[in-house]
Design a protein. Structure first.
Length: 240
């Protein structure tokens, strides 16, 4: 729409594309089309709910107490977080997504424990200005057992989603699906260096997104930092 504003025939929505792919008859053509999708799913279906075997932490700050600024996604600095785990749950990568700009940070973790999550997330957030460290919304994974210490170190207010409610962190859940193109399930995630993870994040941060009116997260995040010059360079490069 931005590149060809006067050519409506080129303005195809993502729903039209999905409908065309999933309407194809089963066979080689359908498999080829599905292979081109980011998440390679053979059908569109709601996520199934299984039994949460991780246990629960008592008296967690609830997502229902999160401030309106975080709920309404009007300002940057409100984040959703998660762990992507590798083979046999022995390796992991931290995922942080800004709710307003969709800007992604990937964090190399030394393992899957709470102390390792504390160190990894502390390191990632301390690189940001205080104005972009407002809230963090997470699920009730045990790796966040030291959330109070993380809050003290970073100034973040941390809130937890309800059990079995992935839609409450839908931005992070969607991002996790996109990341599996680069970090497949069942693989050893410890082999990825922080530099390699930064390169993966850069690919997603420079991808135009429909919810950003086809601007990219990096551009929007630079504007949030007051770097309109860098934001314009990113936008110009994408349009070229």
């Amino acid at each position: 729409r931005r590149r060809y504003p006067d050519q409506p025939a080129r303005h195809v929505s993502h729903e039209t594309i999905y409908t065309a792919i999933y309407a194809a008859p089963r066979g080689a053509l359908r498999r080829e089309l599905v292979a081109l999708l980011r998440q390679h799913k053979c059908a569109r279906r709601p996520r199934s709910q299984g039994t949460d075997r991780r246990g629960h932490m008592p008296d967690l700050p609830s997502i229902h107490d999160r401030p309106p600024d975080a709920n309404e996604r009007l300002l940057p600095g409100h984040w959703e977080g998660d762990f992507i785990k590798g083979a046999r749950n022995q390796s992991s990568v931290g995922v942080l997504v800004d709710r307003r700009t969709l800007f992604l940070k990937l964090v190399k973790m030394d393992g899957c424990s709470a102390p390792q999550a504390l160190e990894g997330f502390s390191r990632a957030f301390q690189l940001l200005p205080a104005s972009l460290r407002q809230t963090l919304t997470y699920d009730q994974g045990k790796e966040m057992a030291l959330y109070k210490t993380l809050s003290e170190r970073t100034g973040l207010s941390i809130y937890f989603a309800d059990p079995h409610s992935p839609w409450q962190r839908g931005i992070c859940e969607n991002t996790n699906g996109l990341l599996r193109q680069y970090l497949p399930k069942g693989t050893d995630l410890s082999v990825h260096s922080q530099r390699q993870l930064d390169a993966i994040a850069r690919k997603l941060n420079t991808r135009p997104r429909a919810t950003l009116d086809y601007h990219c997260p990096a551009e929007m995040f630079m504007r949030a930092l007051g770097r309109d010059d860098l934001a314009q360079k990113i936008d110009d490069a994408l349009l070229d």
